[in-house]
Design a protein around this ligand. Structure first.
Ligand SMILES: C[S@@+](CC[C@H](N)C(=O)[O-])C[C@H]1O[C@@H](n2cnc3c(N)ncnc32)[C@H](O)[C@@H]1O
Length: 632
């Protein structure tokens, strides 16, 4: 009897996916480098004529534990993200996401649904100051580590203190950040940008590490000093006023928009052309008067006929007509043709000279500079105080200035107003606030994904963990943005999820579930966690089938049973415990691309399951399509 296949419930096997991509790209030209489903890179280098050095000496950043990080990245997880509607704001309509959890496990769970979808990742990780706590590495079971660290199960794991006098100061930090960067890279779009902030403790190591994860051939790396504390933090020899922001983006795209320049900083130059090809005869439609009244430009006259040769400034009553004639009397041309003049009028000004006016043009957009110094970037004035005002009693220390994050997101997403912006070291949620504020100020529909560890806060009556602060700040910031502008209809809600164990017990890797030959025992008992809600299961299935967490889900009725319809019926999920032949027929009739049913719904009736396989096959054949049917 043909039985349906079981649905894959582990996270995406990123290494396997990458191997497939390499195989696709290189397989035809270099078949010899693939054997046993592995890639022999030495063989590839030999094929390209390189001398293969078998010694271990290589250029790059090394530390003890680096290789183990890769093992950790490759370890699949069965973890899931459970929705929490009560902790959300406008769950049903929002496309923003807030996730409570360790970001490493969370990044794994997001691989399938968000692979190559995120435009911008902005992160501000703990800086390794010697006083920060570091999330412990675990090469065996990341989810278990998380549950222990957060006290959800017993065990000894805790965040580790990492003093600069300890022998593993840099090592511990690098082993924390490296695997997270690898997973983060997978989520970035092809034109995606990573921004990561850091201070002097790890600036040099992070710079090298980034060049390893984002190879220099394909990515540009720019490290920008940002003055975030103009009063300075006193060191032994210097007073520190800055930190850094690394920008990493594909070298073949214009990823960073031009910035709007403040009026006071605008660079003014002659509107009249000079140098080669600057004369009237080079472009006749660029010879027309600029009309000035009371010192202000009020418009433009017609293009002058060829036989009209005016003075540089012609005064008629209270109006001046200014022509592009230089001081030696040479008739030149304006830099813009008459037909475009109106669109740049706001960039022009008239400057009084002895016998008339000169017309100047200002540039109000320009490249961002590689040092950022703006009083709005002061972390105390526009970080701590803003968070303190939004979330009184917040114990959160060192948030970023709202405006430095705002400007960064603007620089990356100016031309991409629907971008997904992610921050998996969310802290007080400044990035989410900046995204909402930006949508309100410049328009657009940018969405955020925030991840924050529920790091315990001691002795605070209002907040148990930092995650609670993140949530409160984003909710209040959104509320105030809406309140300040009733006409703004943008998304200031968010869907909250919490990292947790799979709702399906059979996949939890528990050794008791294996028989003596090491095979997983068929579980005849219902393997769904009794405490799981339909929502929990639904979102786990969405995530593991590769759908985003903001996918719109409708509940429809088929053969008297309720079924979840995803992406307008492309996928149907049926959590029904009593599946009937009529329900199978109705599911097939709806002609979806994919159907997922609970195994338990068949109540051990293999005949019904086999019939279901046949029904879907027959329907697909009739429609010349395919229906993928999985049970879980
Ligand atoms: C420097 S703060 C970020 C501050 C943030 N940019 C702001 O403006 O509020 C770093 C945050 O990362 C969180 N964090 C550290 N390890 C984490 C992990 N493994 N997963 C998720 N969050 C983590 C810390 O709790 C802390 O809130």
């Amino acid at each position: 009897m043909t039985q349906p296949e079981k649905m894959e419930i582990t996270s995406m096997d990123v290494a396997a996916q990458k191997r497939e991509e390499i195989k696709k790209a290189l397989g035809e030209a270099f078949p010899a480098i693939f054997s046993d489903n592995k890639i022999d890179f030495d063989q590839l280098r030999r094929a390209l004529g390189d001398l293969v050095d078998s010694s271990k000496e290589r250029y790059g950043l090394q530390w003890s534990g680096k290789a183990a990080c890769m093992t950790q990245v490759q370890q699949l997880t069965t973890a899931t993200l459970k929705p929490d509607r009560n902790a959300s704001v406008d769950f049903d309509n929002s496309n923003n996401i807030l996730i409570e959890g360790d970001n490493f496990e969370v990044l794994k769970t997001l691989q399938k649904s968000y692979y190559g979808k995120v435009k911008m990742i902005y992160i501000d990780p703990p800086y390794n100051t010697g006083r920060n706590l570091i999330y412990p590495n675990d090469y065996q079971d990341g989810l278990r580590t998380y549950l222990e660290v957060t006290g959800q199960v017993a065990g000894g794991k805790k965040l580790i203190s990492n003093p600069d006098t300890g022998g593993r100061f840099h090592t511990n930090w690098l082993s924390m950040i490296y695997p997270r960067l690898i997973l983060a890279r997978n989520l970035l779009r092809q034109d995606g940008v990573l921004v990561i902030t850091i201070d002097d403790n790890e600036q040099t190591t992070l710079g090298m590490l980034l060049k390893e994860v984002f190879d220099e051939g394909s990515f540009e790396h720019v490290c920008i000093p940002v003055v975030h504390n103009p009063r300075g933090v006193q060191g032994k020899n210097f007073s520190y006023v800055h930190e850094y922001a690394f920008f990493v983006y594909p070298s073949d795209t214009k990823s960073i928009a031009n910035r709007k320049i403040d009026e006071s900083e605008i660079d003014w130059s002659q509107f009249r052309n000079w140098g080669t090809e600057s004369e009237r005869s080079d472009a006749k439609n660029c010879f027309y008067p600029v009309i000035v009244k009371d010192g202000a430009i009020i418009g433009f006259g017609d293009v002058c006929p060829d036989d009209f040769h005016p003075e540089q400034t012609v005064i008629e009553g209270d109006t001046a007509y200014v022509y592009p004639i230089d001081r030696s009397g040479v008739e030149r041309k304006w830099r813009y043709a008459k037909q475009s003049a109106d669109s740049i009028k706001h960039l022009l000004r008239a400057k009084k000279i002895a016998d008339g006016y000169e017309i100047e043009i200002g540039k109000d957009f320009g490249l961002y500079k590689t040092i950022w110094n703006d009083k709005r970037y002061d972390a105390n004035e526009y970080g701590t105080k803003i968070v303190g005002d939004l979330v009184p009693n917040s114990p959160f220390t060192f948030p970023k200035s709202l405006w430095v994050v705002y400007d960064t997101v603007l620089a990356v997403t100016l031309d991409d107003p629907d971008a997904i912006v992610m921050d998996f070291f969310a802290g007080s949620g400044t990035t989410a606030h900046a995204v909402m504020q930006l949508n309100r100020d410049v328009g657009g529909n940018r969405k955020f994904i925030m991840v924050q560890l529920p790091e315990k806060i001691d002795d605070n009556p209002d907040f148990e963990s930092i995650f609670d602060v993140t949530r409160a700040r984003i909710a209040e910031a959104g509320r105030r943005i809406k309140e300040s502008d009733p006409l703004f209809s943008g998304d200031t809600g968010f869907r909250t999820f919490r990292l947790g164990e799979s709702n399906f017990k059979v996949w939890n890797g528990n050794p008791d579930a294996f028989d003596e030959q090491g095979k997983q025992l068929e579980m005849h008992v219902d393997h769904i966690d009794q405490s799981s809600s339909a929502d929990d299961i639904l979102f786990e299935l969405l995530l593991k089938a590769g759908y985003p967490l903001t996918t719109k889900v409708e509940t429809i009725e088929l053969a008297g049973k309720s079924v979840f319809s995803i992406s307008e019926g492309a996928m149907l999920i049926c959590l029904e415990k009593e599946i009937t032949p009529e329900l199978i027929d109705a599911l097939a009739e709806a002609n979806p691309m994919r159907v997922i049913c609970l195994d338990a719904g068949f109540n051990g009736n293999d005949q019904l399951k086999a019939n279901a396989v046949q029904t879907f096959k027959a329907r697909a054949q009739a429609e010349e399509s395919e229906i993928v049917f999985r049970t879980v």
